[in-house]
Design a protein around this ligand. Structure first.
Ligand code: GDP
Ligand code: MG
Length: 177
């Protein structure tokens, strides 16, 4: 599909959250439609590109930035967040601590980008609902408190809400420009 205006709009999306909440898995599922239980490493490259076609014939390019383990080296995070258009802040619904830590991740984002960035709150591993430690109401409340664009629960394992997550991000981006 060609873009008649000649120029594809590009957006940088960063994925933040504690180690092992499932950021790399989420990106991998969206990019390659796979899920690997054993796959615990990071992608190990700077970013992946995905072209998204919207219903109104618009095309946008998403640059997905995974953290190559930088979650453990917080000093590196501000440079990673720089120039981002979207920050997807992730917690694991079966891990209360990862949810409690969202405030820190979001304040890193606001410090670096202020209101120039769309914050999306994602509760991962929704297939683990029998081990749930965070309700969707709590997360919804946090999302509105921090001025987030929207909140969604996903399961990379069950392939639940992954496409919808990126579609909503794309819609928010195209609506706001
Ligand atoms: P990251 O450190 O945030 O990049 O997390 P990873 O993507 O490496 O995932 C950490 C672990 O959680 C891995 O063992 C994954 O297989 C597992 N995991 C990721 N997503 C899901 C999910 O949706 N459901 C379940 N049950 N496990 C998941
Ligand atoms: Mg990772």
């Amino acid at each position: 599909m060609s873009d008649t205006k000649g120029k594809l709009r590009k957006y940088k999306i960063v994925f933040l959250g504690d180690q092992s909440v499932g950021k790399t898995s989420l990106i991998t599922r969206f990019m390659y439609d796979t899920f690997d239980e054993q796959y615990a490493a990071t992608i190990g490259i700077d970013f992946l590109l995905k072209t998204v076609y919207l219903e109104d014939n618009q095309t946008i390019r998403l640059q997905l930035w995974d953290t190559a383990g930088q979650e453990r080296f917080r000093l590196l995070i501000p440079s990673y967040i720089r120039d981002s258009h979207v920050a997807v802040v992730c917690y694991d619904i079966s891990n209360k601590r990862s949810f409690a830590n969202l405030d820190k991740w979001i304040s890193d984002v606001r410090l670096e980008r202020g209101d120039e960035v769309l914050v999306v709150v994602v509760g991962t591993k929704s297939d683990l609902s029998n081990k749930r430690q965070v309700t969707s109401e709590e997360a919804e409340a946090l999302c509105s408190r921090v001025g987030g664009a929207f909140f969604v629960e996903t399961s990379t394992k069950a392939n639940h809400n992954i496409k919808q997550l990126f579609k909503r991000i794309a819609q928010n981006l195209s609506g706001s420009s």
